[in-house]
Design a protein around this ligand. Sequence first.
Ligand code: GRG
Length: 296
Amino acid sequence: MPEDFKDRVATYTARINDRLNSALPPLATGPKRLHGAMRYAVLNGGKRVRPLLVYAVGECLSVDTNLLDAPAVAIELIHAFSLVHDDLPAMDNDDLRRGKPTVHKQYDEATAILAADALQPLAFSVLANVDGAPDDAAIKLVRLITDACGSTGMTGGQSIDLAAEGTVLSAGELEHMYALKTGALIHAAIVSPGMLRTDLPAADAEALDQFGRAIGIAFQIKDDILDVEGDTRIIGKPAGSDQSLNKATYPALFGVDASRNRCDELLTGALQNIEQFGQSAAPLEWLARYIVERSE
Ligand code: GRG
């Protein structure tokens, strides 16, 4: 990673961790076990890819960084919420997340469910309280993010995923599931800074929309490849769990080489979409490459 990007990633990561810490209820106030589990679910690591995308697109569109904190925090809280649910015994039944015990292992199942339940409204409260943004920005962000995590977004994708275990899907069906399960929230992160501008040209909105759709799907295909080829110690969750659960994944259905090729194809298309932003899109381009080339 070039040194200047490394510095900026470190700066934005420290920033989002600080904003998440402030948004979460303090440990000193009760219910302490619930608050402890919420903080554990959010602050126990994570690459912070979605907030980094928010900040990178914000740079592209010259949006004030202070305004970007609300969507960055809200989206990361929802992401953390979804991981807690995803790991539960009723879903993927995982013991390890981000190299640490999953929330239901560290606490207990009821506390994990409640912590996730409380993270979701916290996310929307952060959005509702966005300060200094254009008048209709909060409502636009709420609409964007509720759509991304509802039954035609992340929750719907998870439902299709669970139903698809042990079945054969076409590439189109699989990518539809990925677009919902993983892509919708990543896409929301990418288009959210546009909601903080009153004068965004339609061509810029369209370019980010297309970029977001492609990168969202590529992110999940790369996640699948890491499940096959990754190292549990580096990815922080048990490698090979998709195969154990008989999940319908890109590598399982089409092989690792085809998965890699599809990721590259999606990346190339995505990068073409953001060429119009010129040099201001360099951090976004770097993040897109990181998403398909990462080892964690
Ligand atoms: C309504 C919010 C909501 C959720 C209920 C459980 C569920 C429905 C959806 C789960 C969706 C899910 C877990 C998709 C997988 C996405 C994915 C690849 C997660 C891993 O993301 P990383 O690699 O994780 O960014 P870190 O740990 O780095 O944050």
